[in-house]
Design a protein around this ligand. Structure first.
Ligand SMILES: Nc1ncnc2c1ncn2[C@@H]1O[C@H](COP(=O)(O)OP(=O)(O)O)[C@@H](O)[C@H]1O
Ligand SMILES: [Mg+2]
Length: 271
């Protein structure tokens, strides 16, 4: 592990405005994500969650304001300058977006192309390690069509993670999954954050996802989640919650504070 200050900022939005098709989609969005922190992004459909993630990747450029990734302002960077920064970000797209004609191996190894090529043995070891991490090594030769929805989602996470990114962006990783499978995906996200110190933005419309991420940590011994605050234990899960409403940040802070918020929109989320 590299030495880093605990307060190291991994991602920062400063007064970001973004207009798409004459419609303001992000409106004065500001937030900060520090090393090993997981920020859960809640918001209704079309509130700008996916656009926010894509803006962090440099796929959308703010009309005003600033986005900094790993301390570097990416707002005015050219595509080829963005490339090495994107390599340090793992993106899990909505619905996983796997290549249907490629095996699980091919999908996960996809990042090791061209200038990122590795010796074959090393590539295979990295792919196997990532698949082991998500509990799918035995599916390595399968095609996506042979996998369940939850397994495909896990492959997508392995693919995003195999390049050892410092920042993971998850777009609705639990959407469309049954509750048990959704829980296993959240467990995996917590595991990545806790064992690998990866920072993350997790878009979800499920409030319970935020609760699990905020209240549990990954225990390698039992290979499962344990409550962060019980039996005198006080584990810092380094979790925060950001609520987007029509492109505006209406809440950014600790999950417990969210429950105390009076805002009607937030209350609708937390039922
Ligand atoms: N490429 C695009 N071009 C134009 N408008 C877009 C584009 N992507 C998203 N939008 C609009 O931006 C708003 C936010 O979209 P999105 O971030 O996908 O919402 P969600 O919170 O559901 O992920 C929506 O009104 C959507 O129609
Ligand atoms: Mg979306």
């Amino acid at each position: 592990m590299t030495e880093a200050r605990p307060d190291q900022t991994v991602l920062e939005f400063e007064h970001v405005y973004l207009v798409l098709d004459d419609k303001p989609v992000l409106r004065d969005v500001s937030f900060r994500l520090v090393r090993a922190e997981t920020k859960v992004i809640l918001g209704a459909s079309s509130s700008g969650k996916s656009v926010l993630l894509k803006t962090a990747l440099g796929l959308f450029r703010p009309d005003s304001g600033r986005v900094a990734v790993f301390g570097r302002d990416i707002t005015g960077l050219r595509e080829e300058e963005l490339y090495p920064i994107r390599q340090r970000i793992g993106m899990v797209f909505q619905e996983g977006a796997l290549f249907d004609s490629m095996t699980v191996y091919g999908n996960v190894a996809y990042v090791f192309q061209e200038d990122r090529a590795l010796p074959a043995e090393e590539e295979e070891e990295r792919v196997r390690r990532a698949l082991r991490f998500v509990g799918l090594e035995e599916a390595i030769e399968k095609l996506p069509s042979e996998l369940s929805g939850g397994m495909r989602r896990r492959v997508a996470i392995a693919r995003a993670f195999v390049g050892q990114p410092a920042l993971m962006l998850y777009d609705s990783p639990t959407a469309g999954l049954d509750p048990l499978t959704a829980q296993s995906i959240i467990t995996l996200i917590v595991k990545l954050g806790d064992l690998e110190d990866v920072s993350g933005l997790v878009v979800t419309h499920r409030l319970q996802d935020a609760g699990v991420i905020a209240d549990y940590f990954y225990d390698p011994e039992s290979e499962g989640l344990l409550p962060a605050h019980s039996n005198g234990r006080d584990y810092d899960t380094k979790t925060s919650v950001l609520v987007l409403r029509e492109g505006q940040v209406v809440f950014d802070g600790a999950r417990d504070e969210m429950f105390r918020a009076r805002d009607a929109y937030i209350r609708r989320f937390i039922g």
